[in-house]
Design a protein around this ligand. Structure first.
Ligand code: CAA
Length: 499
């Protein structure tokens, strides 16, 4: 066996960036939407908090998008792990809400990091991965293979999953929006999580459950059908594990046993639906190793899941093995490609808060992307390293600024939220040069500072997005960034403090 085959490779560190703005779904939003639906707001709040499992949704400001959030997550990772950015050998960014129909979003992120840290990263491969919410996992798979194969030498890979989940206002999916990015450092001898050498199972099918046509900034989703397709794909990858065990590749029960189960989480109740399905399959495998015995009628299986979800035995199992990973999803909403890895951050933080040792604990991941593809893979926590724990923790960031000094989140009124929803929905026409309408002035963050407007014999940049790190309110950086090429300058509406 070669050295590279024996080498442990996995996630060395994880950092999350969530926009500061959020809408509280239990306040004005519920009153107005409840009235429009003819539903009492208290009942709508009960549906949201218990039936869907969310209470807040993160909303990007006007100067934020998938590229700025990705760069922010990368910066948090680099600074938190005290990394030299020149150590990066590969930068893969997964998104289904990209900022350009041609250029890799990773190239924008690379540029932001180069300028901010003053390093040359021109040796770095920087592809974009896209396959709905599973894109981050495909990127992680590629990065892991490069590190394991020794292709990056002593360098590491950075994988970022970044998205803005946006649906039509007033529709049933609106309450499952969100925004954020998760950055992973993938390296040999990881301090956080060693990934198993083989992905346990992959399934891909050609489905219409959820998609976003080229002309739309909002996703089109067949809600209940999308839940069925998700659970159908979960069943297919679960069936594949006993099948490969039967072929002598591994042991089914062993392959599916874990201390913690993480699911793609578009909303926390979805993880509970998936957990109930997994629990039923694990129970069935105890007496019959053949998955052919499992039912496959979607409606009947969902009814069986619902019945299981009410049982005390399931509730205890879920609380122990799944719930610790759902801490942040309720406060952030869906972040599409990063949702599974936000769950990993939640798990790390939950274990830290409860003073539980994580080293040696096994985690089974169910990654899902609409359209559709699913993967089941596993890893084992390697250490309880305090630095990696600190970088992954997010709770302080998610405290509203009104709750305590140092709180970072800013609650939006409904009108402000609806205005920003409109700002981000404009993809069809070239924008003016100035990025207008930020609720908070960019401060200590990467920001979209202007759009290109030229189409002359000297320069063509119509619609191009210019990004820069903005140090603080009224700071020269913003002026310098915007005036480097043309005089247009972002002028947000209000001022705010550092990040
Ligand atoms: N108190 C407690 N619970 C209540 C309640 C109340 N007052 N009122 C309703 N509920 C419960 C319902 O009983 C239901 O729970 P069960 O399934 O256990 O019965 C739950 O709340 C949700 O109610 P509905 O199913 O009626 O909700 P809905 O049809 O209005 O919308 C949704 C739900 C389909 C998920 C919709 O929000 C949506 O389309 N979201 C976007 C699509 C999505 O996230 N799909 C997930 C799979 S696809 C994927 O994972 C990829 C991705 O990231 C998008």
């Amino acid at each position: 066996m070669s050295t590279s085959e024996q080498m442990a490779v996995g996630i060395d560190g994880l950092a999350v960036y969530i926009p500061r703005l959020y809408i509280d779904l239990t306040g004005e939003w519920a009153e107005v939407r409840g009235a429009a639906q003819g539903v009492d707001s208290a009942e709508l709040v009960a549906k949201l908090t218990k039936g869907i499992g969310v209470s807040k949704m993160a909303i990007p400001d006007a100067h934020e998008d998938s590229a700025t959030m990705a760069a922010m997550a990368a910066k948090r990772l680099i600074d938190g792990l005290e990394m030299d950015p020149a150590e990066i050998g590969y930068l893969a960014v997964a998104t289904e809400t990209t900022v350009d129909q041609s250029k890799s979003i990773a190239a924008y992120v690379l540029g932001m990091l180069q300028r901010h840290y003053g390093v040359d990263l021109s040796h770095v491969g920087c592809p974009q991965f896209q396959f709905a919410c599973i894109g981050g996992t495909y990127a992680l798979e590629a990065a892991t293979a490069l590190v394991r194969g020794g292709d990056l030498g002593d360098r590491c890979a950075i994988v970022i999953a970044t998205d803005v989940a946006r649906y039509p206002m007033g529709g049933p999916a609106e309450c499952t929006q969100g925004a954020g990015a998760v950055a992973l450092r993938v390296a040999a001898h990881p301090r956080l999580l060693r990934l198993d050498r083989c992905v346990h199972a992959t399934v891909s099918v050609d489905e219409r459950d959820f998609f976003r046509p080229n002309w739309s900034a909002e996703a089109v989703v067949d809600g209940q059908y999308s839940v069925d397709v998700y659970l159908g794909c979960l069943d297919r990858v679960l069936r594949a594990v006993p099948a490969s065990a039967a072929a002598g590749v591994g042991d089914a029960a062993k392959g599916l046993m874990a201390d913690y189960y993480l699911f793609h989480t578009p909303f926390p109740r979805m993880a509970e639906y998936a957990a109930a399905r997994l629990y039923r399959r694990l129970e069935s495998l105890k007496t019959n190793p053949d998955p052919a015995a499992w039912g496959d009628d979607p409606a009947a299986e969902r009814e069986a899941d619902r019945a299981t979800a009410k049982q005390d035995a399931f509730r205890g199992w879920f609380a122990r093995h799944c719930n610790p990973a759902l801490l942040h999803g309720r406060e952030v909403g869906n972040i599409y490609s990063g949702a599974l890895y936000l769950s990993l951050g939640s798990l790390v933080e939950s274990l830290a808060v409860s003073n539980e040792t994580r080293a040696g604990k096994r985690v089974l991941f169910f990654s899902y992307g609409s359209g559709a593809s699913a993967k089941l893979f596993a890893g084992t926590f390697t250490t309880d390293d305090a630095q990696t724990t600190g970088v992954a923790c997010l709770s302080n960031d998610l405290s509203p600024e009104t709750d305590r000094p140092g709180g970072r989140r800013h609650s939006l009124g409904l009108a402000e939220y609806e205005r920003l929803h409109g700002v981000h929905s404009k993809t069809g026409e070239p924008m003016g040069p100035v990025v207008q309408g930020s609720v908070r002035e960019p401060a200590s963050e990467f920001a979209l500072v202007r759009y290109g407007t030229e189409s002359s014999s000297v320069r063509v940049d119509l619609g191009y997005r210019y990004y820069s790190f903005v140090s603080g309110a009224g700071n020269d950086d913003l002026v310098r960034a915007a005036s480097a090429e043309i005089p247009a300058v972002t002028r947000p509406l209000r001022t705010g403090s550092g990040i």
